[in-house]
Ligand binder design. Structure first.
Ligand code: ADP
Ligand code: TRP
Length: 343
């Protein structure tokens, strides 16, 4: 059934991914897969948060390429545009009008406490920079309000995200409530939906896998690169026949997420009993990841080779999404007292 027909009965799920780097396997495990798992149960809106990426991406060509990469990643990993609405944030000017309106009910102190902004300020302070705001652009500062607008514009009931995004969803809730308190009940207050299984996947250097650390396994690397990156994973010095801590190994985490449960159990037992070396684990994980990604990689390459196809899908998604967005924005404008003037 198409979502236009089911929208009345189904609750809505919405999530976005910002194109700040090539999508990696932790983005899939932590964000893309849990979101795709909801498409039967929810009326789903999934988008490329391209204007959110502008806080860091300043190179126009890179901005274009990354936007296509994230769109193609959603599609290659299984998003069906006939079942979910997929669009690009910047195709909806309504988002930015709503963002301004919401910023006027958002206390500045809330944004002072936002994790990403605080992290930038703390780092500047640590480095002894006199003006701790010197390297903070207003986009970074206002980021949570724009994200609240993304969510509220579609009256999303649930927002599936990784744990690192939970503060942003809490902010979207607070902002919606503030608006409703000021202007009367108008906006849906969204709920955070954390995937029960999604752990924070550890990258090749032992820290959280993240584009910002350069420790990631890209989703669409070729086989040779994939092998090299998995080989390079940092492991501790436990010898081949010593017991190993499977749960704290980034490689085992990845394996557990993509391999059949029984295989993952066997590998865990072997590691913990000292019957498997890290080198053997690397071989097993490489084979599993490479096999798992073979088909998505082909779909991804085909999409990236035919960007017009991606354009068409995103344009159709935006067209549908805009109707919804305009509807909500009309209610908001009405609530704040902006009447339509007629000449
Ligand atoms: P990155 O840290 O690589 O810049 P993003 O912040 O763009 O990743 O995250 C995009 C999505 O992927 C978010 O929903 C986030 O929760 C999820 N995600 C990112 N890194 C991880 C990780 N190491 N483990 C699990 N989920 C992750
Ligand atoms: N901030 C999210 C991230 O960094 C991306 C995002 C932008 C988003 N707007 C959103 C996620 C709305 C969920 C809902 O991953």
């Amino acid at each position: 059934m198409r979502n236009a027909e089911t929208a009345v009965t189904k609750k809505r799920a919405l999530t976005g991914i910002k194109p700040t780097g090539a999508p990696h396997i932790a983005n899939y495990i932590g964000a893309i897969r849990p979101a795709l798992a909801l498409t039967d149960q929810y009326d789903s809106y999934y988008f490329i948060a391209d204007y959110h990426a502008l806080t860091v991406i300043k190179n126009p060509q890179e901005f274009t390429d990354l936007t296509y990469q994230v769109a193609a990643a959603w599609l290659a990993m299984g998003l069906d545009p006939a079942q979910s609405t997929i669009y690009r944030q910047s195709d909806l000017p309504e988002t930015f009008e709503l963002s301004w309106i919401l910023s006027c009910v958002t206390p500045k102190g809330m944004l002072n406490r936002a994790h990403a902004y605080k992290a930038a300020v703390d780092q500047a302070a640590e480095e002894g920079t006199a003006d701790v705001d010197a390297n903070v652009n207003m986009g970074l500062y206002c980021y949570p309000v724009l994200m609240a607008a993304d969510i509220i514009l579609f009256s999303a009931h649930v927002v599936p995200v990784g744990r690192d995004q939970s503060q942003h969803v809490e902010y979207a809730r607070d902002i919606a409530q503030k608006f409703n308190h000021t202007y009367g009940p108008t906006l849906q207050v969204p709920e955070l939906l954390l995937s029960p299984t999604a752990a924070t996947i550890i990258g090749s250097d032992g820290r959280k896998m993240s584009k910002s650390y350069g420790n990631q396994i890209p989703l669409f690397a070729d086989t040779a690169t994939l092998r090299k990156l998995i080989r390079r994973y940092k492991t501790d010095s436990t010898g081949a026949d010593e017991p190993k801590d499977a749960d704290n190994s980034g490689l085992f985490q990845i394996y557990r997420e993509i391999a059949p449960v029984e295989d993952a159990d066997d590998v865990k037992k072997a590691l913990e009993a000292g019957h498997m070396s890290w080198g053997q684990l690397k071989d097993i994980v490489f084979k599993a990841v490479d096999g798992f990604l073979t088909e998505p990689r082909e779909r991804y390459r085909a999409l990236m080779a035919d960007r017009r196809q991606v354009d068409r899908i995103l344009a159709a998604g935006a067209e549908k999404a805009r109707l919804e967005a305009q509807h909500l924005l009309a209610r908001v404008r009405d609530a704040i007292g902006r009447v339509e003037m007629r000449p």
